[in-house]
Design a protein around this ligand. Structure first.
Ligand code: PEP
Length: 246
């Protein structure tokens, strides 16, 4: 099980260190892999605060190039220099607000893997896709375009995060049954493309308005291996309650 907090554009440097320390202080011993992804400007502070804890720090995004004329961007090697080897790619806000395409994401995936980083790869349908009953097709397409050029070995460094866009930050969660149905579909799609062993070994997180009150029901589904948490990751108590549910 994995519980990862995507902090988006929240928390300054001081608050970042405080929140990580608060989570670490009360986390206790857990088998759940716990990650937090603060804004890039606070990654160094976060890496420092998370030292000697069981919390992994992840970046929310990165560029595919190593260096160069890419104003405002950060590279894999800059992250690795801070000891950060996990990165979220393909979040729906990157896709819809910043225009990141499947093609661009495939390049970022390749760059992250070339640097031996672990990727939390996000994907999921929009509300109109679900209403038009094309959500399975949309998800399969995102996986195909973003990840299916990879060989089986590369998948050791991939964590999937299914995040239906209509459930992100809206308070509306996919029901545990809807999450399970899609996660089972994702595993079947991976089995068809690769094999059953690969599909079984991949962690598939659910993201979209997971809260302390609904985490347990969602995580109890057999194909749900944890969650990517937005809003509820910003308060230590809520985030810890979700970690405990896992
Ligand atoms: C997210 O942004 O990845 C997310 C799941 O957000 P929230 O939990 O706030 O819906």
């Amino acid at each position: 099980m994995i519980v990862a907090g995507n902090w988006k554009m929240n928390k300054n440097a001081t608050e970042t260190a405080e929140l990580i320390r608060a989570v670490a202080a009360d986390m206790g011993n857990t088998d759940t892999r716990v990650m937090v992804a603060p804004p890039s400007i606070n990654l160094a502070v976060a890496a420092d605060a998370a030292k000697n804890t069981n919390i992994k720090v992840a970046a929310q995004n990165m560029h595919f190039a190593e260096s160069g004329a890419f104003t405002g961007e950060i590279s894999a090697s800059m992250l690795l220099h801070l000891g950060i080897d996990h990165v979220i790619l393909g979040h729906s806000e990157r896709r819809s607000i910043f225009g990141e395409t499947d093609e661009l994401l495939a390049k970022k995936v390749d760059a992250a893997l070339a640097n031996n980083m672990t990727i939390i790869f996000c994907f999921g349908e929009e509300l109109h896709d679900r209403k038009n009953d094309i959500h399975f097709e949309v998800v399969k397409n995102q996986l195909t375009e973003g990840l299916f050029h990879l060989d089986s070995k590369s998948w050791q460094n991939i964590i999937l995060a299914y995040e239906p866009v209509w459930a992100i930050g809206t308070g509306e969660t996919a029901s545990p049954e809807q999450a399970q149905e899609m996660h089972a579909f994702i595993r079947k799609t991976l089995t068809d493309k690769y094999d059953a062993a690969l599909a079984e070994n991949i962690s598939i997180l659910y993201g979209g308005s997971v809260k302390p009150g609904n985490a347990k029901d969602i995580f109890s589904k057999p194909d749900v291996d944890g969650g990517l948490i937005g809003g509820a990751a910003l308060k230590a108590d809520d985030f810890l309650a979700i970690v405990r549910s896992a």
